[in-house]
Design a protein around this ligand. Structure first.
Ligand code: ATP
Ligand code: SKM
Ligand code: MG
Length: 170
């Protein structure tokens, strides 16, 4: 098994870093949000709106369970809330080396300003990010084999650190 699993808060860069990291390593890339959208042929926003968060969390757990034993040479980026559900942190650690893209509230706010594709941040985005991030940050840290900070850093620099520290090319 040779997989990298990217976790972290919305806007930390899991999808953008993951896609480019996979290209650089000549690995496959997948993203649980994209797998779910393809599977149910709907957007995350619309799934939340019509079926609610609990239903979406079940889809996430089903998706991650379905990947066990099936991934190799893959960078997998997982939805921001997936590692928060009890039991999922064990499943992602089974899949590969878990990398937490640690990002401050201020950076997340800058990156997601004006973005309406994240249903959990609708309304007072600032307060929601603060509350969710302070609850989730210790869970991300505990789930991770490796923590890489992303504030003020270019994507290629983050990718270099992940490659150097995981020794994934060796
Ligand atoms: N290191 C970075 N420097 C500057 N901008 C970045 C960086 N990483 C990501 N971004 C930008 O931040 C935004 C959010 O990134 P991305 O969609 O990759 O986050 P995510 O972790 O996948 O979020 P989600 O959990 O909601 O899927 C994008 O516009 C992306 O281009
Ligand atoms: O942090 C979260 O709970 C979420 C993050 C996104 O990746 C999506 O999975 C969805 O918008 C929920
Ligand atoms: Mg993403």
């Amino acid at each position: 098994m040779n997989n990298l699993i990217l976790i972290g808060f919305m806007g930390c860069g899991k999808t953008s870093v993951g896609f480019q990291l996979a290209k650089r390593l000549n690995f496959n890339f997948c993203d649980t949000d994209q797998i779910i959208e393809e599977k149910v042929k709907d957007t995350i926003n619309h799934i939340f709106e019509i079926k609610g968060e609990e239903y979406f969390r079940k889809l996430e757990t089903e998706t991650i369970k379905g990947l066990i034993g099936k991934l190799n040479n893959t960078v997998l980026s997982v939805g921001g809330g997936l590692p928060i559900q009890t039991g999922n942190e064990r499943l992602i650690r089974e899949l590969g080396c878990v990398v937490y893209l640690k990002t401050s509230k201020d950076t997340i706010m800058q990156r997601l300003s004006g973005d309406t594709t994240r249903p959990l941040l609708a309304g007072d985005q600032d307060k929601r990010i603060e509350k969710l991030l302070s609850f989730r940050a210790p869970i991300y840290e505990a789930a991770a084999h490796l923590i890489v900070t992303t504030d003020g850093r270019l994507i290629h620099d983050i990718i270099d650190e992940i490659i150097n520290r995981t020794g994934v090319l060796l």
